[in-house]
Design a protein around this ligand. Sequence first.
Ligand SMILES: [Mg+2]
Length: 168
Amino acid sequence: MALVLTRPLLGNIMKDRVVVFDLDGTLVEKEYLRAGLDSDNWDWLVFMKSMEGPRVIEETSDALLYHPDQQNIILTARPSFLRTATKVMLQELGLLPDRLIMMTDEESRQSLAFPDYFIEQHVRFKRRVLEGLMVEFDIEMCYEDENYHLETLEDLGLDYIQVTGEIR
Ligand SMILES: [Mg+2]
């Protein structure tokens, strides 16, 4: 009996739909601003200390929580060595996503080596990840607070909601 193999119609395969959330300033408020951190004196340990028990931004967290049929990805420029601490934080807040994507430690080191390069590196990182995700998924919506990342989202033709992570 002959086995007939049909060529997969890759273009017609339905991709899973995902929603991509930034973390700091989007799902939780930027408590670290109070610690006086900026790209000239960035310190991830000071950052993590300042982000203990952060306030949740409800408009965004509701979008993550109340759509059980949707896959949620958190895409953050926090470095991978903070993965466990970040997961613990998300668990405590009840905001664990289906996937948590973080900057590699090497990329993060590079971004800290030159303050002028800090934001550029973060932008490159998110663009690279998003381009990969677009191959795998149908990205339904992105939530983001930083203008410099919104430019990437626009450039990639992705829908987004800008969150104004305010510090009160
Ligand atoms: Mg942010």
